[in-house]
Ligand binder design. Structure first.
Ligand SMILES: Cc1cc2nc3c(=O)[nH]c(=O)nc-3n(C[C@H](O)[C@H](O)[C@H](O)COP(=O)(O)O)c2cc1C
Length: 414
């Protein structure tokens, strides 16, 4: 055990609840729901493996607040009318192993695959620009006032249902180019009403979601936010705006803020920037997080590119309170226990060095998702894999899940 390491010390949050240690499993959409978009054995197994691996807090993959708007097929939905049974088991599985479980709640906005269909809502009717892959995404419609208010209410309902199911808290997904981050971005939000224009107006949606959730849940229920440090696009949401938004949200009863970056157009969360700024090779957003800690009154968490204990310790030494890891825990769910017992295994994916960065990004996601599927079957991770093969089988699997979702939508009771 690294005697000097604070990684395994608890963290007391502003609401008085303590997280067991500083290591957090960051959100990864699992695409493992049952045909009714609910969690079942696959998800329970996966989270049991992680909880037993020593990570103190587990943030779920994004759970949708509206079944008509999915970030991906095989996703989980929690809304009025959803059966809570599978959610209760999900939460209990983690808590009975001594870890905390926080549900990430999200609405994709305009980042919806065209094949999936549903309500492609956005602040303004501006499509995602993915070059010649742009057609893969749906054509957005600008939301009207009642759709905005309905969606805010949906975030509140999902948070309340998460609490009723035994979750320790929620994380509001305001990063990665999904709906809330679209409201924040001047590139996507060109509204002229009170929801767009000035930063005050662009951040209104996020502020309303936080305030309304905080009012509806108990004080010891954790409310956290995942935010972009920047979206790393010219004319987009810059770091200076992120600082101002953080100043606005921290007095609202937020228990921690996770720092990430990027969106589908500029996937900084995979270590890529599109505005010429440089990201670190490991802990991509640490420089930003370090600056944020100077104005922070709530704990800060940073996620992206962390897989070595030395880097995790550097993160804490910088004044950041929580270390988020996604890929590393998919490749080795036992990593926290390994670190605790002085083992430092290095597990790496065979990252594809392809000309098409978009395809390479998709293949990397496919390889990580494959590990989640293996863990969900209680198999160990397998990194000796061919990226092309994984990309193709992942696409096939997602295609089947897309058909299943469309069938479900046609027969849906809603
Ligand atoms: C398969 C996969 C699914 C992801 N799904 C989500 C998600 O649902 N919500 C989210 O905020 N981030 C999601 N992410 C991003 C991660 O939370 C994280 O920000 C990113 O992978 C960088 O961290 P890492 O280098 O430790 O993987 C996902 C990442 C991967 C690889």
């Amino acid at each position: 055990m690294h005697l000097n390491s604070n990684l395994f010390s608890p963290l007391r949050l502003p609401n008085g609840i303590s997280l067991p240690n500083r290591l957090v499993k960051a959100a990864m959409e699992e695409n493992l729901s049952n045909e009714n978009l609910e969690p079942n054995r696959s998800l329970w197994n996966l989270y049991e493996v992680w909880a037993k691996g020593g990570v103190g807090t587990l943030i779920t993959g994004n759970v949708m607040v509206d079944h008509r708007a999915m970030t991906g097929p095989g996703g989980v939905v929690l809304e009025e009318g959803t059966s809570l049974d599978g959610f209760k088991t999900w939460a209990e599985t983690v808590k009975s192993n001594g870890a905390k479980i926080i549900m990430q709640i999200n609405h994709p906005g305009r980042q919806i695959l065209a094949k999936l269909g549903g309500n492609v809502w956005a602040p303004s009717a501006i499509s995602v620009d993915l070059g010649n892959l742009s057609k893969l995404l749906g054509k957005p419609k600008a939301m009207d006032e009642s759709e905005i208010l309905e969606t805010i209410q949906r975030f509140v309902t999902t948070a309340k249902l998460a609490e009723n199911s035994g979750f320790d808290g929620v994380e509001i997904h305001a990063a990665h180019g999904y709906l809330i981050s679209q409201f924040l971005s001047p590139l996507v939000n060109q509204r002229t009403d009170k929801w767009g224009g000035s930063l005050e107006n662009r951040s209104r949606f996020l502020l309303e979601v936080i305030q309304s959730i905080r009012k509806s849940v108990s004080p010891n229920f954790i409310v956290s936010v995942k935010m972009n440090s920047s979206d790393f696009q010219k004319g987009g949401f810059p770091f200076e705006d992120a600082i101002e938004v953080i100043k606005k949200i921290q007095p609202l009863g937020v228990d921690f803020i996770e720092i990430s970056g990027g969106n589908y157009e500029a996937p900084a969360m995979q270590g890529v920037s599109r505005d010429g700024s440089t990201l670190a090779r490991e802990a991509y957003f640490l420089d930003f997080a370090r600056q944020i800690t100077k104005i922070a009154t709530v704990p800060i968490m940073v996620t992206g590119g962390i897989s070595r204990i030395q880097i995790a310790e550097t993160v804490l030494e910088s004044g950041v309170s929580l270390v988020g890891m996604a890929t590393a825990l998919a490749l080795n769910p036992n990593l926290p226990n390994d670190w605790k017992e002085d083992r430092n295994p290095i597990v790496k994916l065979p990252l594809p060095n392809w000309k098409s960065k978009a395809l390479a990004g998709l293949a990397t996601m496919a390889m990580v998702r494959y590990q989640l599927q293996r863990l969900a079957k209680k198999k160990s991770p397998k990194v000796k894999i061919y990226p092309w093969f994984r990309l193709l089988s992942d696409q096939l699997r997602l295609f089947r899940l897309t058909k299943r979702y469309r069938r479900w939508m046609e027969n849906s009771k809603f």
